[in-house]
Each structure stands twice: as C-alpha cells, then as structure tokens.
Write a protein that binds this ligand. Structure first.
Ligand code: KIV
Ligand code: ZN
Length: 518
C-alpha cells in the first residue's frame, strides 16, 4: 500500500515575520518565497493581507509570481480580512484563505470578550464567506490545545460543514506535550464528524522547546499537514523548525511511513537565506542547519567518520544541501574559480553579474587571506542589497577618530541627485558618532534600538555583519551592512535602515494602492 503524503505549510513570511524585531521588505519576501518554491513546500503562507498595505502587496505579488506551491493568506474571522485575503491570493493558480479564530475560554472571554456560541457563529459565518470565494479554506482554532475538547470538536465539525478543507490544530502558546497532543489528534479523527474528509494540520510553537516533537507526534497520530518556519523563527520562542521536521520524516521514513514532496537539498540554501534576510543567526549546534551539524570534533568520531560516515552521521550533509568541502579562494583566484564556487553555493549568475561580483571579490581578497563560503554569501548579499534597496543615499567614505579623546566620525555620502554630501559629529562611542553624522547629512534621525554584530568567519581579518533595528515614527526598520571594518559595516547598516524609513515616509505621502478588493 502506498504511503500517505504529509504536506508542509511554510509560514516564515507570516508567523516568522512576527518574530520580535523582524521586518522584511516586499523584495525580501519575494526572494524567500521563490526559495520556498525551490524547496517545494506545499503551501506558502505569504502573509496576512489585511494587516497592512505592505503585507497586502507582498501577498498579491507572491500570488501572482510564485508558481508551484499553494499561496495562502491569513485572515481573522471578520469580513474585511476574508475579502482582503481573497483579493490578494486570487491571483495564484492555487489560492488558499486561512481563517483563524480563538477557541479557548481564556481567549474567548478575555481577549474576544464574547461567549462560546457567538464565537462558534463567527467561525461558521466566516468560513462560509471564505468558501464563497475560494475552494481551499483552512480554519485554525487559535489556542486549540487549551480549549475545552468538546467545544473544540463541535467547532471543528461546524467549520468542516461550512466548507473548511484543512483544520489546523494550533498550539498557539506552546503548551502541548507530545503524548497528549497526539491523543488530541486521534480524538479529533475519531470524534469530529467529517474529519476523515479534510486534512488535519498542526501548528506548534516552541515555548517549551517541544514544537518539533509535538508536530512529529501529531504526524504519527494521523496529521497530514505540518506548519512551521525555516530556522524555527516566529513569535516568542518561535514556530516548529520546518527543516527539522522534514529531515526527521525523511531520515526515519522506516518509522513514520509517510511521503514528503520537499526537495531536501534546498534546505541549507533556504536556511542561509532566511538567516541573512532576517538578521537572525542560526546557532552553531542547531540540528540540520547549524554550522556544527556535520562537524566531528572528537578523535573517536573523526576516526569512525573517516572509515564510514554512517558511524556518526544519521543523514548526509549533501542531502540537506550543505556544499561539499570548501575550496579556498584568495587573491590569486580567478573568475572561473569564483564562478564555480558560487554555483556550488546555489547562485546562478550571468557573465556580467560574475564580472561585477569579481571586482568586489578582489577587493575583499586584498584585505583577507582566505575568502570562505560565508564571505561569499555576505558578498552576494551586499550586492543584492545594494541593488534592491531604496537607496536615496549611499556611503562613499567613513572615518572615525577615537582613542581616549572625544569619539568623532566623518561621513561622506552620495545623495539622491548624485551629489556628494559630508558632515562630522561627535558621539558617546564610534557607532553613535557615525549614526549622528549620517543623521546630520540626511536631515532626519531614527532611534537605534538594536545593534548586532556577527563575525562571519573566524580570525582577525574576518568580515563582520552588522544588523541594526531603527525605530522611526513607531515603526521598526532593519538595516544590514558588511565589511572587514566594523565601523564601516555599522555605517552601511544604519544608512540602509535610514534609506528604508525615508522611502516609507515618501510612500506614505502617496495615495494608498491595492488595499481594496477588485
Ligand atoms: O499560533 C497560532 O495560533 C497562529 C494561528 C494564526 C494559526 O499562528
Ligand atoms: Zn502561530
């Protein structure tokens, strides 16, 4: 008998984006969506269309342009959200509306301030409304794991009758324990009329560190859709790590006996991309995609792996797309060597693009003895960032004088009309002085609320990536910059955030587009 298939819904662009401090541009979301299509997830939850004009546009663009997976938008159980979700996803060849509504008494009484009957009526009415637009409707009872089971079963039966095709059991606050969660899935299958006609999905948060275990227990109990995010990003402690669930089902197929449609070799490129775009680094010992996931340190392990890799590896690095042994690139390397390495890392470049990157590569190789894969990723990211960003201002030069005197920074920028602008400022430290000097040049200032430096490679000549979050007018803007000089990287990162808030200010003065269903 053929195995059943488990589908994956990736919500990196929706729940993942809800991680504290993450804000992605439309272009960045599109880039992730395209990568998720290469990964062959079954459903991409592209956003929450009604939440903002930016999200509406991002979901619309992804629905129009990304082919392969189903494209879903989240919607609260209110008419306008459903209408907006449909207006955005209807452009997809395979659209889905995902309606959610709280079901636990804690949420129903304290957050919604309604009673169970009223909430039940809302759920049914809004699933019917969604069904009027779209054949594929998912319904999520929010906080399902803290919901009275009998009420949960009644609600699920009612929304199935109203047309839901997927029912998603949300462990919204990461409260579930694998054995109890699996039992809940079994009870739903046994007690909810119509449950055998729809897909049972699970959506687990990681507050107790159990999101992946709960998801896998649910699959064993019969769930056939799993939701999660790349690198496990998401609200609070995050969502279930999609790559861990995928690799558990793949590696232990003997046990789970289910098929998946994912191209596992796209896992590592997906993880790197999400980490770079969100600025959320992946811990070195993270399962499947961490830097140490396939490194063997102890002598006994090394000896075993050299004789036969299966002695200490349950999956092969190639299976998740980790590129093979790193060829060392340096200042004597040529265009062909660079191109070959970039291709191994998953970048497909035209001859012109290679020539452009080659210049930056040479400049970097002059400063660094070895240019590693991580350096190349940063280089590519910088190229793409600079090309795709709303760049009113670009950095020409930054100089800093510190020591035990007064920290002073001078910056020279190219302005929106190509003019050269410069100014200097003192500050209480190098980064503060640089940001203030930039503020003076552009005539606007944001509040630096987060500043994160990451050394990309080991050694004193390593590239540092700086990610900043800048608050302006109640919104958070992210900026990234990379350089072998940390002050230069900081200036680039801050300027990138400044360009973003200047572009948003400008957009806000234009009439809003695309927020009403057509
Ligand atoms: O965690 C949650 O309950 C959600 C729902 C919207 C599915 O993200
Ligand atoms: Zn969630």
């Amino acid at each position: 008998m053929a195995n059943e298939r488990v589908k994956f819904l990736d919500t990196t662009l929706r729940d993942g984006e809800q991680s504290a401090g993450i804000g992605m541009t439309g272009d960045e979301k599109m880039e992730i969506a395209r990568q998720l299509a290469r990964l062959k997830v079954d459903i991409i939850e592209a956003g929450f269309a009604a939440s903002s004009p930016g999200d509406f546009q991002a979901v619309t663009d992804i629905a129009r342009q990304v082919k392969g997976p189903i494209i879903a938008s989240l919607a609260r159980a209110v008419p306008n959200d459903i209408d907006q979700a449909w207006a955005a996803v209807k452009h997809s060849e395979a659209p889905r509306i995902h309606v959610f509504l709280s079901s636990s008494d804690i949420h129903v009484m304290h957050q919604l301030r309604k009673n169970r009957e009223e909430v039940m009526d809302m759920a049914v009415a809004m699933v019917s409304r969604a069904k009027g637009y779209c054949p594929d409707v998912e319904f999520s009872p929010m906080d399902a794991t803290r919901t009275n089971p009998e009420y949960l079963f009644q609600m699920l039966a009612a929304v199935i009758k109203a047309g839901a095709t997927t029912i998603n059991i949300a462990d919204t606050v990461g409260y579930a324990i694998p054995s109890a969660f699996a039992q809940l899935v079994r009870d739903i299958r046994a007690k909810v009329p119509g449950a055998d006609k729809v897909t049972i999905s699970v959506h687990c948060h990681n507050d107790l560190g159990l999101a992946v275990s709960n998801s896998l227990a649910a699959v064993e109990a019969g769930a056939r859709q799993v939701e999660g995010c790349i690198n496990g990003i998401g609200e609070r402690a995050g969502n279930a790590s999609l790559e861990e669930i995928i690799m558990a089902l793949d590696t232990r197929k003997d046990l789970f006996k289910v098929d998946i449609g994912v191209d596992t070799t796209q896992i590592y490129p997906s993880s790197r991309l999400v980490s770079r775009i969100t600025g959320m680094s992946v811990q070195a010992n993270k399962a499947v995609v961490g830097e140490n996931a396939f490194r063997h340190a102890s002598g006994i392990h090394q000896d075993g792996v050299l004789k036969d890799r299966s002695t200490y590896e349950v999956m092969r690095p190639e299976r998740v797309g980790v590129p093979g042994s790193s060829l060392v690139l340096g200042k004597l390397s040529g265009r062909a060597g660079l191109q070959a390495r970039l291709e191994a890392l998953g970048y497909k470049l035209s001859r012109d693009e290679v020539s452009k990157v080659f210049e930056s590569f040479k400049a970097l190789a002059d400063k660094k003895r070895e240019v590693t894969d991580r350096d190349l990723e940063i280089l590519m990211d910088e190229e793409k960032r600079v090309a795709g960003e709303p760049a009113s201002y670009t950095l020409q030069h930054v100089q800093f004088v510190g020591g035990d005197g007064i920290p002073t920074a001078t910056v020279r920028l190219t302005g929106p009309k190509g003019e050269t602008l410069s100014d200097a400022c003192t500050g209480n430290g190098p980064v503060d002085a640089v940001c203030k000097a930039i503020d003076r040049v552009v005539g606007a200032s944001g509040k630096l609320v987060d500043f994160n430096v990451q050394a990309v490679t080991e050694g004193l000549d390593s590239i540092g990536t700086v990610t900043v979050r800048v608050e302006k007018g109640g919104n958070i803007y992210t900026g990234r910059g990379a350089s072998t000089d940390i002050i230069v990287a900081s200036a680039k990162a801050y300027l990138s955030a400044v360009n973003r808030f200047l572009a948003a200010d400008e957009a806000a003065t234009l009439p809003a587009v695309g927020t009403t269903p057509d």
